[in-house]
Each structure stands twice: as C-alpha cells, then as structure tokens.
Write a protein that binds this ligand. Structure first.
Ligand SMILES: [Zn+2]
Length: 470
C-alpha cells in the first residue's frame, strides 16, 4: 500500500524540529510562511515497501562503489511531481516525479551515481552533516517550507494527492533553490565520479546522460514549474557535452538494465501513477505495454482503488499464481481484503508478505498488525502489538505505526504503554513538545527504571540541538 503520514500538528513547532537546519534555511522559507497553514495540510512523504526496496536496490551497489554507507540506505519518497533527488549521509530523498519520469532503472541509477559523486567529493559537507542529524520529517518540513509534519491517520493517498503535489511544488522550490546547490566545478567532479561508479558496477552512463540532457534542453522549461534538481545542479551545454564524451568512452555504454529490474521499474511507475496520479495517468502507462505483468498489476491496483474489490481480488490472485514469491502481490491482496472487511484473510496475506520480504521492510509487519487489530479479539490484539513493535523495530521513523501501536495498547487497557507509543510518534515526527507531554504522562504509571520509563525519560531529556541532558 502506498500511504503517507497525515499532518495534524500546526506550524508552531517548526522552529524546534531541526534547529540547525531550520536556522540555516529559514531565510529561504520566510517568504512562504504566511501560507504555512496551507503547507501544514500538505503531506510530502509517501511510504511504500516495494518502491523503497527497489530504489534501495538501485542505490546499494553505487554507494558501495563510492565507498559510502555500508549498512543500507534509507529511502525517503517525496510526494512531488517535479524532478528532484538528493542524498544526505544515509538517507536518500527522491521525488515520486523523478521515478515517474525515468523510463529505465538506469536513468535513476545514473542520478544516484551523480549524487554519490557529490558526497564522495565532500561537496556541501557542512550542510549534509546538519541534515544528517535532523529527523526525516524535520528535514522535509524545512525543505518544503511546511509546518511540522507529524504522525496522524493513514489516509487513502488518492484523496490528498492533488493538494499535496501542488502545495509542495510552490514552497519547496524556494527552499530547495538554496539547499545543496552546487558549483559548476563540483558538477564536473560529480559527473566524473558517477562514471567511475557506473563502470565499477558494470552499468551504462546513458541513463544519466539522457536525464541531464533532458534538463539541459528547452523541453524542461515547457512545464508549469521548474524542476528543483535543475536549479541546484547547473547544466550548461558544455557540461552535457563533456559528460557525453565520458559516457561514450565507457565499455558499458550499450549495457541495458536486466529485464527483471526493468520489470520492477515498470511496476513501480504504474503503481505511482495509479496511487498518486489517478486513473488517466496509470492508464496511459499501461497502454504502452498492454498485457505485461506491470500493466496487469496496475489493473489490479486500479480495481482496488476504484472500488471493484471482487475484480481486484481475482486479478491479484492471478498475479500471485504467476509470482508466488512476490511479497507485494500478497500485500495488495491484504489491502483488498482489509477494504472488503475480511481482516482474518487479510492478516494471512500480510503474514505471507512479511515472510516473503527479503528487504525486511518495517511497513509490512505494521500492516499485519492493523489486520490483527481489526480482528479485535484480546489474543489478536496481543499479536498485533508484537507485529507493530516488530515493524517499528525495523523502521523507527514510521510515525503512523506508533499511532496504531497506541491504539492497540489502548484497546488492551495498557494506558501507559499507549501513552509512550504516542510520545514516540510525536518524537519521530519532530514534535518534541507533545512527545514530552505524553512521555511524562506515561511515566506516571510506570515503575521507575523499567525499560518504558527509561525510554520516556530519554524523550523528556531530548534536546533538539543534538545532545542528551543527563
Ligand atoms: Zn550535481
């Protein structure tokens, strides 16, 4: 399921969310602060186990070749139809628009390689370090000129898509203009490094060249907005010409993506189109390759999204028969069954998804937990708590997960645990004020020194400037 945390907290906490980053970028966001209430409605992050896994698979070999991050990369999908991608130390932010525009994995991988080149080159090192310390939501709040983006209800992503995209484009562009903006010499360095990483991993630079040439051409100006990526990375004609020489010298120039990877890419694009772009966008992509697995996946998703649950289930079952080990087909089956009010069957499907997922996404156990909660017996509620905690253990910043955890504890009558879960949700959402309020409430009914009490104390002591008070 593509979902995103909904913003429920007003802008007042932005100053505290990422002090270092906020101070640095406030100048850029002042101009949009008068409409901060509108921004608070916008929800810039989308979460999806399948897309995150794919982008991580794109990034991992490149990061390794660049000598960066040995233990995986966190992928943050930004709900914005413009093209942008940037990397802080272990987090890679990428707009859904950038994924949609790329026709091949190689185009995305090329951009990742270029970004890795900036990191390895030490470009914008100070800013990167500040971004690295800040929480994901706080970075986005700052980047998008939005208020604090905090845990809230999971909503049907379709409902908010239109508003979210439009709003993020307006304010974000200004903040993004000043962030991670590179010098021309740095661009040349990053291009050269990118080619080195692509060569080391046996991949072509053609995707990168295609993407950058597109920015360089007049075509990229025809839209209603300028892509933030184009603003931060200068693309004069000369740069593209130099890059072209490097790309064509490579022995890998004609290498194509592996068919299985291209298939996953096609499935991702159709999924983003179906969930974020609406029926027309998805249909347009599906028509390019009718009958393909990606098209049939899109077809099943559209049936699910647009209310034909019987057909959605039939189509999804057919997909599962074709790829029985695909965890995301099981996930879709679970989503359909949840919507059809069959939580027991949904739980079975999600449990399969969890067991099949090689990437161990934290999102799938939380979905399983939701289905177990919907079953509603004391036994299933206890199992739900285990699963949601399991998911949050893998993915601490899943702010929505804490909300379900709090609800499950609440239904079991464990009020202090529910309050601590609420505190965690606020904490990871960057709303430290409410996090502390709930942590103090939780402590009242906890034994001093027990693990929950200690965790609550950590939240109470947390100092956003980076150090814990002891
Ligand atoms: Zn660049």
């Amino acid at each position: 399921m593509l979902s995103r945390p909904k913003s429920t907290i007003a802008k007042s906490s932005i100053g505290k969310t990422a002090r270092g980053v906020a101070t640095l970028l406030l100048a850029a966001t002042v101009a949009v602060s008068s409409s901060a209430t509108a921004f608070a409605q916008a929800v810039p992050v989308v979460r999806d186990a399948e897309i995150e896994a794919l982008v991580r698979d794109y990034a991992r070999p490149i990061f390794k070749a660049a000598g960066l991050a040995n233990d995986g990369v966190d992928i943050v999908l930004v709900n914005d139809q413009s093209f942008n991608a940037f990397v802080t130390g272990r987090r890679m932010f990428i707009n859904t628009g950038a994924l949609m525009m790329a026709e091949t994995p190689n185009e995305v991988i090329g951009v990742i390689a270029h970004e890795a080149g900036h990191i390895a080159g030490g470009h914008q090192q100070k800013l990167r370090e500040q971004l690295e310390r800040a929480k994901t939501m706080a970075i986005l709040a700052t980047l998008l000129g939005a208020g604090a983006i905090v845990a809230g209800a999971t909503t049907n992503s379709r409902g908010l898509a239109g508003a979210g995209i439009g709003v993020a484009a307006g304010g974000g562009e200004m903040a993004q203009r000043s962030i991670l903006a590179y010098q021309r010499t740095e661009e040349a360095t990053a291009d050269r490094s990118a080619i080195t990483y692509l060569n080391a991993t046996g991949q072509s630079g053609m995707g990168m060249l295609k993407t950058f040439a597109r920015f360089q051409s007049a075509l990229s100006l025809s839209g209603t907005q300028v892509d933030p990526y184009r603003i931060s990375h200068p693309m004069p004609r000369e740069r593209i010409a130099n890059l072209e020489v490097l790309v064509k010298q490579s022995p890998n120039v004609d290498k194509l993506d592996l068919p299985a990877l291209q298939q996953r890419h096609d499935m991702m694009r159709i999924k983003i189109a179906a969930y974020m772009g609406g029926q027309a966008a998805a249909t347009r992509l599906m028509r390019k390759n009718p009958g393909s697995l990606a098209s049939r996946y899109g077809d099943a998703q559209m049936a699910y999204l647009y209310g034909n649950l019987g057909a959605a289930l039939t189509k999804t079952n057919a997909l599962i028969k074709e790829q029985p080990k695909n965890p995301y087909f099981q996930e879709l089956r679970g989503d359909i069954l949840m919507k059809a009010n069959k939580p027991k069957d949904a739980a079975d499907a999600y449990a399969k998804a969890v067991s099949l997922d090689p990437m161990r996404s934290g999102l799938l156990p939380v979905s399983l937990g939701q289905a177990l909660m919907a079953i509603g017996t004391p036994d299933s509620l206890k199992k739900a708590v285990v699963q949601i905690n399991n998911g949050l253990g893998r993915d601490k910043e899943n702010t929505v997960g804490y909300r379900y955890l709090a609800q499950a504890y609440g239904e079991l009558g464990n009020v202090p645990a529910a309050e601590l879960a609420t505190a965690e949700g606020h904490f990871y959402g960057g709303d430290y004020k409410n996090a502390k309020i709930f942590a103090m409430r939780a402590q009242k009914d906890m034994k001093r020194g027990e693990p929950g009490w200690l965790r609550a104390q950590d939240i109470i002591n947390y100092n956003p400037s980076g150090k814990l008070k002891k």
